[in-house]
Design a protein around this ligand. Structure first.
Ligand code: DGT
Ligand code: CA
Ligand code: CA
Ligand code: ZN
Length: 576
């Protein structure tokens, strides 16, 4: 069982206990445990198989959580969840997520009015039934209705790539305001999370009123949610929330640090400040002397961190995972940057479902500073994409030979294929064809719902095939759309390692597969990652930057990424 699944079950238990009004200490312990599991780069399943007593040695895993993990791994479920669900419908979990509606009120709604779903709750509020209950007023009813709208909108975390487009547009708009001295986008956007819940804008200005008035003139403004003296929240476009805060110059760095988060990173930072006799908040770092506070730093983020004897962490690693340990032993990784990428080893052409020819893709890649590409069209099984059979593939390779021969520079077009791993584990093209390729990607497009062992065997089997170099989008997940395959990634990592194979980080912003924790796992296990665009048209090559963000979140440096090397360098990785 994957860590993500274990974590989700523990969270579900915490949610249900909260609904029942259980001991808050216990609930917090479960939530903390769930987070530790989700962020861990070690497989909890493996850990428990090897030595269950190790669980208790992990920071953040208490006795209660350890017991639930063991039970879940041994029996496939947590008995307590089933027990609670005998008396509580699982849909109440949605109700619990409405802002301002605590577990107590949710329980009252369920007990008194038998409200089990958001729709029922909305209907009851609209019929003014809720205000009749003890502890509920007409106002509560209104705020619940607002909350339902917000909860629906809050469920829509947008792709980082869409957030980035919105950021460019908001930046362009705000920069024309004379009163703006400095402007930054903080929050999960700056940390490069794969999805963004809302945007957090910080402006350095002495004139908040002018800035806020200008903000309201944003062409795509939908609604002003709240406005105060120095901060306001609006909705733009399709109901997406944007927060704006205006601060003074000497607090700009402190505010940027604070609102970049993550929350857990900030909690750790506050603790460290305290140990140094300092205080940190969104206004600055202060020395405490009795009742007096002296401002020490706050103008820049670097000042803030330096005052706490810490390096100015890249935003992508501010998740309270490894960054503080790295700082302690001076081993902060020098995270990958896009200019270090030399090649792109996954793209499609008009031969299958791409929109550009081989030469057009090559010219576009060259124009982006790349030194080599692999043409990797689909294999025959993917008939909706006009996948290639052996004959058409061999023809395409001849054409690539001709194009390469015509090139006057050192740019290399590699003869590749994205070959499907069929439902029964065999490859979609014969070995003798694959043997003639420069570069073979194996991937799964069919039988994605197979049970864990079966689909894992397909992938590890492909990794054992000597003609295959890499697995594309190894988990198959589509963010916000489709769950990962039931694949055992620990087994995939092991097979990649044993066979000196590579794994892809597919940079498509909807895939970002591997995700950040898997990137960190590959790093620890010494498996090189290739960041690929999987472009289906010329502009598809530009998604590389999203893959770079994700890799940075996984703590990867140029050393961990195979396509920072020359093509010869990659070949030597594969034969090592
Ligand atoms: P999101 O919007 O859900 O994608 O994630 P964030 O991280 O942007 O979260 P958001 O917008 O609620 O808050 C922005 C940052 O402000 C967050 O990363 C850290 C900081 N922050 C917010 N609330 C708290 C808090 O209660 N305590 C601390 N220490 N920091 C907070
Ligand atoms: Ca945010
Ligand atoms: Ca926010
Ligand atoms: Zn592809």
């Amino acid at each position: 069982m994957e860590n993500g699944k274990i974590s989700a079950q523990i969270t579900k238990l915490a949610d249900l206990l909260e609904f029942q009004g259980a001991n808050s200490f216990k609930i917090r312990a479960y939530r903390r445990g769930a987070r530790v599991i989700k962020d861990s780069t070690d497989s909890f399943a493996t850990l428990v198989t090897n030595d269950p007593s190790q669980l208790l040695e992990i920071d953040g895993i208490g006795k209660g959580v350890a017991e639930k993990i063991r039970q879940l791994l041994q029996t496939g479920e947590i008995a307590e969840i089933n027990e609670i669900l005998e008396t509580v419908p699982s849909t109440v979990l949605d109700i619990l997520r409405i802002p301002g509606l605590g577990p107590k009120k949710a329980a009252a709604l369920y007990q008194e009015l038998n409200i089990q779903t958001l729709d029922q709750l909305q209907a009851a509020c609209e019929a003014n039934e809720v205000q009749q209950l003890k502890g509920f007023a007409a106002k509560t009813e209104e705020s619940i209705l607002d909350g339902i709208t917000i909860a629906a909108a809050a469920n829509q975390r947008i792709y980082w790539s869409d957030a980035d487009d919105l950021v460019q547009s908001l930046r362009t708009h705000l920069q024309t305001c004379q009163a703006v001295r400095q402007l930054e986008f903080a929050g999960s956007y700056r940390r490069g999370r794969e999805t963004v819940g809302d945007l957090d804008i910080l402006v350095d200005s002495a004139d908040a009123d002018t800035v806020m008035a200008h903000f309201c003139d944003y062409p795509d403004l939908q609604q002003v949610i709240v406005q105060g003296d120095t901060k306001m929240s609006i909705r733009v476009g399709n109901s997406f929330q944007v927060d704006l805060r205006v601060v003074e110059t000497d607090a700009f760095g402190a505010a940027l640090q604070y609102f970049t988060g993550s929350k857990d990173h900030n909690v750790e930072l506050r603790g460290r400040a305290k140990q140094l006799g300092l205080k940190i908040n969104e206004y600055g770092v202060f020395r405490i002397n009795g009742d007096n506070e002296t401002y020490l730093a706050g103008a820049t983020e670097a000042d803030v961190y330096t005052t706490l004897n810490l390096p100015c962490f890249a935003p992508e690693i501010r998740e309270s995972r490894n960054e503080f340990a790295w700082a302690e032993d001076n081993s902060i990784p020098e995270l990958i940057t896009i200019d270090q990428i030399q090649g792109d080893l996954h793209m499609h052409t008009t031969a299958t479902d791409g929109k550009a020819s081989i030469e057009e893709m090559a010219a576009a890649a060259k124009g982006r500073g790349l030194k080599y590409i692999a043409i990797t069209d689909h294999s025959q099984r993917v008939s909706v994409a006009n996948g290639l059979d052996a004959e058409r593939l061999l023809q395409q390779w001849k054409e690539i030979d001709r194009i390469n021969a015509r090139q006057s520079d050192d740019f290399i077009i590699l003869k590749g294929i994205e070959c499907d791993i069929l439902e029964n584990g065999s490859m979609d093209l014969p070995d003798q064809v694959l043997a003639q390729a420069d570069w073979v990607i194996a991937s799964i497009h069919f039988g994605q719902k197979q049970p864990g062992q079966q689909i894992t065997d397909r992938i590890t089997g492909a990794l054992e095939n000597p003609h295959i170099d890499i697995i594309a989008h190894p988990t198959g997940r589509l963010i916000n759309r489709r769950e990962a395959y039931a694949v055992d990634m620990e087994a995939v990592f092991q097979a990649a390692k044993e066979n000196s194979k590579l794994l892809e980080l597919n940079a498509n912003p909807v895939r970002l597969d591997l995700h950040d924790i898997h990137c960190a796992m590959a790093r620890e296990r010494g498996i090189p990652i290739v960041i690929n665009s999987d472009a289906h048209k010329i502009t598809g090559l530009d998604v590389m930057k999203y893959g770079i963000k994700q890799a940075r979140r996984g703590g990867l440096t140029a050393d961990h990424i195979a396509n920072t090397k020359s093509w010869a360098g990659i070949q030597s990785l594969l034969s090592s």
